[in-house]
Unconditional design. Structure first.
Length: 611
């Protein structure tokens, strides 16, 4: 559908015929999958099938949220498209269910139902009644002949006037309609109209262009009557926009405080929050510390929407929920989305909210389920969307739930995004794994202020001992997390070894350091919640924290590669080289070597071998 989008946007003046001719080429502004560029009419980056219309659901929720606060003057329709493939993708089930349940009557979806997909006809893989399925979810469903303009106008009128349900307009169409010898053919290689230029698809290309009213000598020609038609259409739309702006200005004069608030919402305004006054429970799990911060955000950050995939009482996003209410059909005055058991849908919906603007989206689930979310997380990185991910139960210490729910390789996978740069040369994601309650407070401070990329907070299920303070104020120490890594505990003179970790493993290093110091070793302990941020610091700072030439030992509950970039080629990392096991977490710590005693043993062995 990208050629269709670029073609329509050429008619509206956003692209030129020459840019169409450069489709999919190096340096092209018209890549095969459109990339976010609002000023040129591209409202989201096209991703794997199903994500586009799911982002539209998120935009529709954001619209309802804002209309509930600022009035129906700011209500508008969200139009989106879906294909046979999009209908089949699993994410469409979550998106359809959610939109129907919430009664998103502001959402109108066109379904191009041509009964063909890439390698087969749809009847080879499905017999479902799509109309009945969406009806069962609570949608208003209209089926028309997709190329019948009169039926299309009637369906649109019906959809725009619908007040209770989202609308699905099923247009029965023919792929490649009007192409002689090619209509309705997609998977026969010699006559394909799916994914290859029509000029290479075989058949009567020039005769087809003539049949469609085009110019075979210049297939990209814009005819004068088309230009005049679009000039008229755009003029009418500009007039409508001016009418609305006048209404908005009148509203602003009578609602100055609301107008200022609306502006702040869209500018990404963050209220002043006294993070240093947040009282964290001593020795709490970082998921609990996160709940403490979220409970304050629910009262202070009016444009924040938090969601959970049926885990709010466990990922502790209920700290936010307890101070607001969940969205229900007809009532969006609250600010919590119960997404249900659908992590990928939830993540894509968050992207849609961020793309719409005016809201700060955050969503929570267990860290192991980040696997379900990665396609949408990747798109958030591509589009530089400031979505906040709250991933709890961060390691094998989930315990009795067994290895299926114990993230081992997930942190390494997510931290790859810290190494990947976006097109502006910035880290594509901010990943934070705080080591205690105060670091969690600071991590949330960093997440809320990060407007240029998604942020991941990786949080513990189990309680964690608070880290020692160098100056008597643990919060002030934790503020150094903003540099990605910092010294938690130090020695006089040059250290014999530097111990590095993130999250709950930092307190284990503290336990092990006591035994090492009893033997006269000089120890420095470094907490590194974000390697990506640390790598962005000036070399002078990085070397002040982890100087060259000193042995470095890392401890991680994930794959050793998670810390390899910090300990260096001569360093050593004790980590996981297998999936977890089912047992109480303290037993797992003992069996897998995540104790102060084993830190002592491993560091001693490492120092002996490194001499």
């Amino acid at each position: 559908m990208s050629p269709m989008l670029y073609s329509v946007l050429t008619l509206t003046g956003h692209f030129t015929p020459d840019e169409l001719k450069n489709f999919r080429q190096w340096g092209s502004s018209t890549p095969g999958h459109p990339e976010l560029d609002v000023m040129r009419g591209i409202e989201n980056t096209s991703g794997p099938l199903g994500q586009g219309h799911t982002m539209a659901v998120g935009a529709a929720i954001a619209e309802r949220f804002l209309a509930a606060r600022f009035g129906e003057l700011f209500s508008h329709k969200i139009f989106t498209y879906i294909s046979d493939g999009g209908v089949q993708e699993e994410i469409s089930q979550g998106a359809g269910r959610l939109a129907g349940y919430l009664g998103l009557s502001n959402l109108i979806m066109f379904y191009d139902s041509n009964d063909i997909q890439l390698s087969s006809k749809t009847n080879v893989v499905t017999r479902e009644d799509t109309a009945m399925k969406y009806t069962a979810w609570g949608w208003n469903v209209v089926t028309i002949e997709g190329n019948n303009q009169a039926q299309l106008r009637m369906a649109l009128t019906d959809a725009v006037n619908e007040k209770e349900k989202p609308t699905l307009i099923i247009g029965k169409t023919i792929m490649g309609k009007g192409l002689l010898d090619n209509e309705g053919k997609s998977f026969e290689r010699k006559t394909s109209t799916h994914g290859m230029p029509v000029s290479e698809a075989g058949g009567s290309f020039e005769k087809s262009l003539l049949h469609l009213g085009g110019n075979p000598e210049n297939p990209f020609e814009l005819f004068d009557e088309v230009k005049e038609h679009y000039k008229k259409v755009l003029s009418e739309k500009i007039s409508k926009a001016e009418e609305w702006k006048k209404k908005k200005n009148d509203w602003a004069k009578n609602n100055s405080e609301l107008d200022q608030k609306l502006r702040k919402f869209y500018e990404g305004y963050i209220p002043d929050i006294s993070y240093n006054e947040i009282q964290q429970k001593e020795g709490a799990a970082t998921r609990v510390a996160s709940a403490t911060v979220l409970s304050l955000f629910a009262k202070k950050v009016e444009n924040m929407i938090v969601s959970s995939a049926d885990l709010s009482n466990s990922d502790k996003t209920d700290g936010f929920l307890k101070n607001t209410s969940a969205f229900v059909k007809g009532d969006f005055t609250g600010s919590f989305l119960q997404a249900g058991v659908s992590e990928l849908t939830m993540a894509a919906v968050m992207n849609g909210m961020a793309l719409h603007g005016g809201v700060i989206p955050a969503c929570g689930t267990f860290f192991v389920f980040s696997d379900y979310m990665k396609p949408a997380v990747r798109l958030a990185c591509l589009m530089q969307l400031p979505v906040k991910y709250i991933w709890t139960h961060d390691a094998f210490r989930v315990g009795e739930d067994g290895p299926t729910h114990q993230p081992v390789e997930q942190e390494a996978q997510i931290r790859l995004m810290e190494h990947l740069k976006n097109h502006h040369g910035e880290n594509s994601m901010l990943v934070l794994r705080p080591a205690d309650g105060n670091e969690t407070t600071v991590a949330w401070k960093m997440a809320l202020s990060n407007l240029s990329s998604p942020t991941a907070l990786i949080l513990s299920r189990q309680n964690i001992k608070d880290l020692p303070s160098l100056n008597g104020n643990r919060y002030e120490d934790a503020l150094k997390s903003s540099k990605g890594a910092y010294v938690v505990e130090d020695c006089n003179g040059t250290p014999d070894v530097i111990l590095v970790a993130s999250g709950s493993e930092v307190s284990t290093l503290v336990e092990g350091s006591v035994l090492l110091k009893n033997e006269g070793l000089k120890i420095r302990i470094v907490s590194a919640p974000s390697e990506g941020l640390f790598r962005n610091q000036p070399e002078e700072y990085r070397k002040s924290v982890i100087p060259e030439g000193i042995p470095v030992f890392g401890l991680t509950a994930g794959l050793p590669v998670t810390l390899q970039g910090l300990v260096g080629p001569k360093g050593y990392v004790w980590g996981m080289n297998s999936f977890g096991y089912s047992a109480p977490y303290k037993v797992l710590d003992e069996k897998l070597g995540f104790t102060g005693e084993n830190v002592y043993k491993q560091v001693k062995n490492y120092l002996r071998k490194s001499k």
